[in-house]
Ligand binder design. Structure first.
Ligand SMILES: Nc1nc2c(ncn2[C@@H]2O[C@H](COP(=O)(O)OP(=O)(O)OP(=O)(O)O)[C@@H](O)[C@H]2O)c(=O)[nH]1
Ligand SMILES: [Mg+2]
Length: 317
């Protein structure tokens, strides 16, 4: 029994479909990289390096992958180019799984933490609110009681958007009027959740850039106020990244994690983009685990990130 017992056919279809643009782009580049070549030689490796870099994998991770492939090829001098995709699949999966933490096997919460508090952060428009809706759906489906907190009080539409997700999923949303103090909304949400013995709380926050000091301080304030209700909250500070921005998502992750505490990542909008390779670079580079991936706008289109499934999906023909 491996992880695949949890990997349903639907889930695999959503992943394959979501990654199809990235896949098409990678495969057409790979075809060109090996054109006229029967074995993997230095030329092919040079071309391969370019394929990975132009597929948003990032320079550092690309070099690691190339060096692994070089080792394989030097052991077996006549690796033919037809074997290149399976070689890539093995080496990338190996790279990602060797030094990283294990992937979650379900939408599970730690046993002795109640309520488990997730604070969702990130720049404007990356998919924070949508990811919260999808996450709430998954936790509810797993039999958990969920509270949402509308601490993006910056615009009226933001509260409304979360309320709509709350209705869709069937979970309560704690809110105040637009312009109120986000920390106060977080306080209210945790208080309600605690008195109702809820399992998980997810707090939405306004989009912000890592270099806006006041807005970053606001996150600190929200965290401090949460601790008055649940001393070790927030348990999870989830940074959302828009995968369709490719290397920008990578840069954002660098800057945001340097500016504030983050202990989980979600990469959204992988459907409809050819830049899905960025997930490989982010997963390799950051000690912070990629926990979730977004593969569409629908309620079911959020998956737990599984490194091996991801690489398999991307490099299977
Ligand atoms: N295709 C696709 N669209 C997504 C995904 N996740 C979010 N979106 C869309 O991206 C847009 C922005 O999503 P929001 O959830 O409002 O983003 P946000 O980060 O909360 O935005 P602000 O609150 O304005 O900072 C919406 O149109 C979503 O439907 C995804 O995985 N795939
Ligand atoms: Mg939002």
């Amino acid at each position: 029994m491996g992880i695949f017992s949890f990997f349903s056919k639907d889930k695999k279809e959503t992943l394959d479909k979501g990654l199809s643009k990235t896949k098409e782009s990678v495969f057409s580049k790979l075809t060109r990289a090996v054109a006229g070549k029967s074995k993997v030689d230095d030329d092919v490796l040079d071309n391969l390096e370019e394929v990975l870099i132009t597929s948003d994998v990032g320079v550092d991770t690309t070099l690691k992958i190339i060096s692994r492939i070089e080792k394989r090829v030097s052991k077996d001098k006549y690796v033919n180019t037809q074997e290149l995709t399976s070689l890539l699949r093995d080496e990338i999966a190996g790279l990602l799984t060797e030094n990283n933490s294990d992937d979650a096997e379900g939408f599970v919460l730690p046993d002795n933490v109640k309520p488990y508090v997730i604070m969702v952060v990130g720049v404007n428009g990356v998919g924070k609110t949508t990811t919260i809706g999808k996450l709430a759906y998954q936790f509810k489906k797993a039999g958990k009681s969920v509270y949402l907190g509308a601490a993006d009080t910056f615009r009226a539409a933001a509260v409304e958007q979360l309320v709509i997700w709350g209705e869709r999923v069937g979970v309560p949303v704690v809110k105040q009027k637009m312009g109120s103090d986000p920390a106060s909304v977080a306080f209210d949400t945790l208080s309600s959740a605690k008195s109702n013995n809820a399992d998980v709380v997810i707090i939405d926050t306004a989009g912000r850039l890592h270099n806006k000091v006041n807005l970053m301080n606001e996150l600190t304030k929200i965290k401090n106020v949460m601790k008055k209700v649940v001393p070790d909250a927030p348990h999870e500070i989830l940074l959302i990244l828009d995968g369709s921005t490719g290397q920008n998502a990578f840069e954002q992750a660098k800057q945001f994690t340097a500016a504030t505490e983050v202990n989980a990542l979600a990469i959204t909008k992988l459907d409809g983009t050819a830049k899905g390779g960025v997930v490989i670079g982010i997963s390799d580079h950051f000690r912070i685990p990629v926990k979730y991936i977004g593969l569409g706008e629908g309620i079911e289109d959020l998956q737990l990130f599984n490194k091996k499934e991801f690489v398999d999906s991307l490099f299977s023909e």
